[in-house]
Design a protein around this ligand. Sequence first.
Ligand code: APR
Ligand code: PHB
Length: 394
Amino acid sequence: MKTQVAIIGAGPAGLLLGQLLHKAGIDNVIVERQSADYVLGRIRAGVLEQGMVELLREAGVSERMDREGLVHDGFELAFDGRQEYIDLKELTDGKTVMIYGQTEVTRDLMAAREASGARTFYAAGEVQPHDLKGDAPYVTFEQDGEQFRLDCDYIAGCDGFHGVSRQSIPREVLKEYERVYPFGWLGILADTPPVSDELIYANHERGFALCSMRSPTRTRYYVQVAAEEKVEDWSDERFWNELKSRLPEQTAAKLVTGPSIEKSIAPLRSFVVEPMHYGRLFLVGDAAHIVPPTGAKGLNLAASDVNTLYRILVKVYAEGRSELLEKYSEICLRRIWKAERFSWWMTSLLHRFPDTDAFSQRMQRTELDYYVGSLAGRKTIAENYVGLPYEAID
Ligand code: APR
Ligand code: PHB
């Protein structure tokens, strides 16, 4: 079997890249380890930056998002008994974010791919990229007991943090940067009306809490928990009580509770690998970097990597600009590191760290007070939250 671009992984990165390339007339095949239903069963992010929204429109998969997605003009920061509004729209000359779940983005991309007739192999086993340094790379895998070989010009490693792509690059070539935080987020999904029209990020002495949503009838709430907590120990009742205890009083009084439809604990990690390119293999999204969810950047970074690789590949095929491939990693990393910085900063600002002393706690409170009390500070938060601009490829 032959294609131009072999894509490993059918998460949002792989599917969006596949859709954009297909629209540009560049043939691609996606090979995914799990079934489509399994991929759709994962509950992940929910805030889309404007750049990603525009990229989904360009990919022709925005019809339902534009109908059902919720445009948010800002969010609340709650700390020290205060509730402060960060007016994203006003602070960034009109930019906003879109609330639309990663699951829905994935569903729309899968539907578009199916309609386009582009080839996708789900439930593929033993996926392995080969000959990355040569000019004829290929991917092998099996499906239903049958062996496949996919010859290609380039391989896009869109297979997430635990995927095979990054692991196929010799260790000595890569430099890894990592920080593991001493806590996780316990999240629940519930069919209840949101407690507030927009998101609330709360810094509380019992730990961080976040009120988010997927739609006007479906909510997503999180509380910071110790890294070793077990989800089995958290009944719905215990979760709702803990959440209420960390929210401003009037907000807690309005909170509508209900049975959870999903409950899970996610660890918090910052991770970057450099470079994101080895021969004809390009790492995209979570395969190359992880951010703690506090800045809502994980999915959006995957989209900005896709934007960069897609625009480079279009120029490679249409204009013979192969030299641009050498720039992929550095272009992506400039934006990634800034999002890493923002996510790390938001995480340090809003969480309770296990062994902080009284001085550090005062510093955290003062930093919040300073940033929300200064126009420059609020603008800094807002311009990062709505997403830094994508770099042009020329
Ligand atoms: N072979 C084929 N597919 C694989 C392999 C493999 N060896 N390993 C993993 N995969 C698949 C996973 O099953 C998953 O469907 O690759 C896909 C990777 O998808 P994601 O983990 O969703 O990563 P990505 O597409 O980069 O999306 C970015 O943003 O909100 C954040 O972390 C969140 O998922 C999110 C991400
Ligand atoms: C979510 O809705 O899942 C969500 C929202 C904002 C974040 C992280 C997660 O910062």
